[in-house]
Each structure stands twice: as structure tokens, then as C-alpha cells.
Design a protein around this ligand. Structure first.
Ligand code: CO
Length: 225
């Protein structure tokens, strides 16, 4: 009987620990309605965001909050390590919808210092299925191995977080989606930003890429572009 009672306690506890999310939701919806009465009516009709955010899944880096945007203002894709791979249909579909249909003006690839995905990519040990995904980040480390091996462990970790942003941003620019959009004269700026968990600040890693020429210039000047 003790075992059954224990299990029941656990089930009840789990119900309580999730139920407050639904209550939070009701409170949030009510406060939104009070401050902007037409908020949900307007937004349910259409979305018209100017920005696409490609960031890490890390719970400490929520896109909307850290750039002060409301629902409807930023289209978001997140995965472990903010990776952009030309074989990832999920990310490419988000990018295509954002560029071709929503016609966003800015694509922001945002990484963060202290990224668990980047740290795991640097470690020489098994983490499970995710190791296959982390190979994308390991490829970045390999291509910048000369710069990275000259650094102490912590600066190397920070620098790979930065280089990963720049590499994934380049992958965005190399997709047929962005290349075609630039070719037909559509204005899209592609940004590389990094977020500090320590002070909540975003930093721009290099100036935005705005057309095919700016991508080529960065390629020539710096392999990590
Ligand atoms: Co991360």
C-alpha cells in the first residue's frame, strides 16, 4: 500500500508542478487583453514579423525576451548549438517560409557563451545520439584548429562559440533560399550575434551580410566569415 500511496503522491506532485503553467497562461492572456484589448484579434488574423531568429535551444536564451519583442514580431527556429545545415529540412523550411512568404528583412543567427552543445563538441567522449548533430560544430572547430589550439581551454571554448555563429551564419547565406532572394534584389541582412549568460548582453560579431558581394568579401578576408 505504501508503494501505491507513494506513486499517487508522485503523480499528484507532477500534476501540481505542471498545472501552474496553465494558470500562468490564463493570467498572461488576461493581462495582455487588459493592456491591448485588440491584441489577440489582430494577431490571430496574421503574423508579419521582420526578423527570423536562429538560436540555441538553451532555456536561458529565449529569443523574444532578450530583444524585447512581442508575440508576432519575431519568427524563431532553435536547435542545439544554433546549427544551420544544408541537409536539415526543418531549419531550411523555416528559413524558406521566413524569406519567401513572410519576407523578413533580417535573419539573426545567435549563439551564446557557455553553450553546452559547443562544449560537448569539444569533448572527446560519447554523449549519445546528439554526437551526430555535434559533428556540425566539430567541423567548425576543425576548420579553425590552428586558431583554437593556440588558446587556453576557456578562451578556446568562448572562441568556438563565436566561430560557430559565424560559420552557421555563412551557411544561411549559402542556402539557395538566401542566394536566390539576393539575386532577385530582395533585401535581407544576415547577422551574427552572441549572447552572454553572465550579463544578458548581446554582441554583434561582425557587420551584417547584405548581398552576395559582402559574403564573398568576408570569405576572402577570413575563413570563419
Ligand atoms: Co547552447
Amino acid at each position: 500500500m505504501v508503494g501505491v500511496a507513494g506513486r499517487l503522491d508522485k503523480i499528484l506532485h507532477n500534476m501540481c508542478s505542471i498545472h501552474h503553467l496553465l494558470q500562468n497562461n490564463r493570467d498572461w492572456a488576461q493581462s495582455m487583453r487588459e493592456s491591448v484589448p485588440e491584441f489577440f484579434t489582430k494577431l490571430s488574423g496574421q503574423q508579419n514579423p521582420e526578423y527570423l531568429w536562429i538560436g540555441c535551444s538553451d532555456s536561458r536564451v529565449p529569443a523574444n525576451e532578450i530583444v524585447g519583442l512581442m508575440p508576432g514580431e519575431i519568427f524563431v527556429h532553435r536547435n542545439v548549438g544554433n546549427v544551420v545545415s544544408p541537409s536539415d529540412l526543418n531549419c531550411l523550411s523555416v528559413l524558406q517560409y521566413a524569406v519567401d512568404i513572410l519576407k523578413v528583412k533580417h535573419v539573426i543567427v545567435c549563439g551564446h557563451y557557455g553553450c553546452g552543445g559547443v562544449r560537448a563538441a569539444l569533448e572527446d567522449k560519447r554523449h549519445g545520439l546528439i554526437d551526430n548533430w555535434l559533428r556540425h560544430i566539430q567541423a567548425v572547430a576543425r576548420s579553425s584548429s590552428r586558431e583554437l589550439t593556440g588558446l587556453a581551454p576557456e578562451p578556446r571554448y568562448d572562441r568556438l562559440c563565436e566561430l560557430n555563429v559565424l560559420a552557421q551564419r555563412r551557411h544561411v547565406c549559402e542556402t539557395t533560399i538566401v542566394q536566390d532572394a539576393w539575386s532577385r534584389g530582395q533585401e535581407i541582412s544576415v547577422h551574427g550575434w552572441i549572447y552572454s549568460l553572465k550579463d544578458g548582453h548581446l554582441k554583434e560579431l561582425s557587420k551584417p551580410l547584405v548581398n552576395l558581394r559582402s559574403l564573398e568579401e568576408v570569405f576572402q578576408n577570413c575563413a570563419s566569415g
